[in-house]
Design a protein around this ligand. Sequence first.
Ligand code: NAD
Ligand code: GLY
Length: 366
Amino acid sequence: MPSATRELKVDLGDRSYPILIGAGLLGKQDLSTYAAGQQVMIVTNETVAPLYLAAAERCFPGKNVDHVVLPDGEKFKDWQTLNLIFDALLERRHTRKTTLVALGGGVVGDMTGFAAACYQRGVPFIQIPTTLLSQVDSSVGGKTGINHPLGKNMIGAFHQPEAVLIDADTLQTLPEREVAAGLAEVIKYGLIRDAAFLAWLEESMARLSSLEPGALIEAIYRSCACKAEVVAQDEREGGLRAVLNLGHTFGHAIETFAGYGEWLHGEAVGSGMVMAADLSRRLGMISEADQARVDRIVGQAGLPTSVPAGMQPDDFRRLMAVDKKNIDGALRLVLLNALGDAVIVADANPDRLQETLSRFCQGMGC
Ligand code: NAD
Ligand code: GLY
């Protein structure tokens, strides 16, 4: 293992796995021990392949390494594109001993994981996330899947990876807008569970936005530690894990309304967290000063704090009605009891919710 690698563990008994975090790991870290058989299929996309495919192949010395390159974009997180992975696996005679490797952002990671969950009733996979969002969130925890035109991430499976390799150096090629989108999920961890981390983020946002390696590695490590802890306690989202969805109920509605790929997932989550803070304040759960801190840090990260033009409260209601957290038709939202302490609230006061939706839909975001 390269010397500066930091390691975390997602503790799930005999399905536990390591998260290896560092700079310059891709191409140097030997991952072949995490691929039990001889066959490896790297799944990536047309943007990431020219940048990192050759280096990723070097992580599997002694293996037969194949690859499939998907079209790039959230709008391709669908059945048709998923099938390209199965086509490649079958055409090249990959057996149930193969290991899939997701090389790319959350779209590639979610689709590869879902393909691994389904192919020949389930094969192992490894995550090599290359966006900030996927490094701090989607590569850890085993949620995999695709979108449906009627709802985001509605078709999927829980399937944990064998290992996660995070090379922060890959972020140096990431477009600025994608960096900001990843910062939304980083901020989320501070807001839901770790007030000290939130304060550190308030001080460090400029270093993170300018991709300073030390700050990035610290933010990735603390985010993954938070996620690993939550997943270890509640792998299948029976309760606690739902707090990882702060801002996501509003955010998924925004993504679906705007059309997949128009608003980045992290951008929608940024606005969604601002909306969740607004509702938390209206319900008397947090102070105006706390709400202002949420607005400020989301803005500092370069994220939107408003909703798409033309989106109406009824659009939110219709789209939030299919949220996976809802039980028996009751809307369940992740709200803030305090900064650093999130709770799940069932059937929040409808008048206060209407006030929040009206405020944002009238273009009166922050
Ligand atoms: P993405 O996968 O679309 O990647 C963003 C863009 O960056 C793409 O164009 C990609 O090709 C490009 N890219 C990737 N790595 C790059 C690099 N190093 N340099 C240059 N370009 C690079 O988006 P994302 O934000 O990574 O992931 C969003 C997806 O993740 C959504 O579909 C969301 O639903 C999902 N998600 C899943 C979970 C989970 O727990 N499974 C959690 C959060 C988000
Ligand atoms: N991103 C939310 C979760 O993994 O549960």
